[in-house]
Design a protein around this ligand. Structure first.
Ligand code: IK2
Length: 443
């Protein structure tokens, strides 16, 4: 009796031990085993994941008690006083929404708010776009730019014959993860030339030229993140011709419409060139930056098809992607956007506020450039005024970035990207001192 009990116990210990060995650690994924005692968590084997390379910068910044700390990590607009900005038109639209007693909080359709979708397509493609007039476009409201990219990627992984997507090198850090998790194979194409601090157009054309027919090509519509380097109009034309001649599928990420030049139409030119040729394309739009609706998570995915019939079938399948993901999108942010779009005066005011944000960023570029010149900081810093949009890709290396954080409490991504929108006239001298010290003291 005694020996049979201990045999049972041995068996149980062995099986628990074996369960404990079912422990996979792959790319940070752990599969938890059953606990060996009541006190053990079933998640005891979960490994700690690293912070996000961009949002983790803010986490570190928040922990720093220094009064001179400066967060140039995340791409979020700040006023001259260093405060987040809620646009005046957004406040006005919200008042209208709150005072409208007919408004309810019912679920939106799976594809979102119809007006918002129509007006978003118009914003990016132009009011008189033949694609819109011909009903060739299907637009679905998504969770900001990220959600729009993800829904588009999931659709492609399910319904498109070619599963390889080419993204620029470098690109926004989340792109690779979004497309990989959706089931696509991610490859890169050359984009940035660190020597000229400009576009590597030759490398780009060679890499797209050797991509397999039908491959998906991710393009930043404007204000490339993180480099601030965009193709010229002639270069866009070269890229468009190559993409169409090889039957590649363009997927535009438009997270900064209006932020590059201050003009919504100007910043949509790249997309409109591709739509004008009658070919198909995907466009992910975000209202985080240009309407300051970061936390409202408002965006749209538009797919331009070759016929109205295909567009409606594509939309029916997009619903099947969205429904099990988040069922239907949130109502508030999209209502703000459509309220602004439908009111001529508010829309006009929005363009003025948007231009003011873009102009302030351009002024910061000039001030930083002048401050470095005044300090005789070694190097050619003209890229600060040449690059456009929210970011400057400074060319500072990881060691120099670490030094600036340690000695000057300046926070930025380790690739040397700084958000110009986080800078003000008051903080420019501090940043210029830090850059000067970094390049003169750290190799
Ligand atoms: N695509 C690009 C190119 C983006 O830059 C972003 C926003 N990135 O902002 C954070 C940062 O880099 O500091 C997005 C898409 C998606 O933005 P959202 O999902 O907020 O609309």
């Amino acid at each position: 009796m005694k020996s049979s009990l201990s045999a049972d116990r041995r068996l149980s210990i062995l099986s628990r031990h074996l369960a404990g060995t079912i422990h996979k650690e792959e790319g940070g994924t752990t599969i938890s085993s059953s606990p060996t005692s009541a006190a053990d968590s079933v998640f005891a084997n979960v490994v700690r994941a690293p912070e996000d390379p961009i949002l983790g910068v803010t986490v570190a910044y928040n922990k720093d008690p220094s009064p001179i700390k400066l967060n140039l990590g995340v791409g979020a607009y700040r006023t001259e006083e260093g405060k987040p900005l809620v646009l005046n038109v957004v406040r006005q639209a919200e008042k209208l929404l709150v005072n409208d007693r007919s408004r309810v909080k019912e679920y939106l359709p799976i594809v979102g708010l119809a007006d918002f979708n129509k007006l978003s397509a118009k914003l990016i493609l132009g009011a008189n776009s033949p694609a819109i007039l011909g009903n060739l476009v299907t637009t679905v409201q998504c969770l900001s730019g990220t959600g729009s990219l993800r829904v588009g990627a999931e659709f492609l992984a399910k319904h498109y014959y070619q599963r390889t997507i080419y993204i620029p090198n470098p690109t926004w850090g989340n792109h690779g993860k979004i497309f990989t998790l959706a089931g696509l194979t991610v490859k890169t194409y050359r984009y940035y030339d660190p020597v000229t601090r400009g576009l590597n157009i030759q490398g780009l054309l060679e890499d797209l030229g050797s991509a397999p027919s039908g491959a998906i090509i991710l393009l930043h519509a404007c204000a490339h993140n993180p480099t601030g380097v965009d193709p010229t109009r002639e270069q866009w034309e070269q890229i468009r011709r190559l993409i169409r001649s090889k039957s590649l599928l363009p997927f535009f990420d438009s997270a900064y419409q209006g932020f590059a030049s201050g003009s919504l139409d100007e910043d949509a030119q790249s997309v409109r060139m591709f739509v004008a040729d009658g070919g198909e394309c995907f466009i992910a739009q975000s209202y985080a930056k240009n309407m300051g609706l970061y936390g409202e998570r408002v965006g749209a995915l538009s797919i331009v098809c070759k016929s109205a019939d295909v567009a409606t079938r594509v939309e029916s399948q997009l619903k099947l992607v969205i429904r099990p993901m988040y069922s239907n999108p949130p109502i508030h942010g999209a209502s703000i956007v459509s309220t602004i779009f439908k009111d001529r005066k508010l829309y006009q005011e929005w363009t003025v506020e948007l231009e003011a944000m873009a102009d302030r960023i351009i002024t910061m570029r000039k001030q930083l450039f002048d401050a470095l010149r005044a300090r005789d900081t070694p190097g050619d810093w003209s890229h600060i005024i040449k690059q456009i949009g929210m970011f400057t890709f400074t060319g500072l290396n990881t060691k120099q970035v670490t030094f600036m954080t340690r000695e000057y409490h300046i926070y930025m991504t380790s690739d040397g990207r700084i958000s110009m929108a986080g800078l003000s006239s008051r903080t420019v001298p501090h940043l210029a001192d830090a850059i000067h010290a970094a390049v003169t003291k750290v190799a």
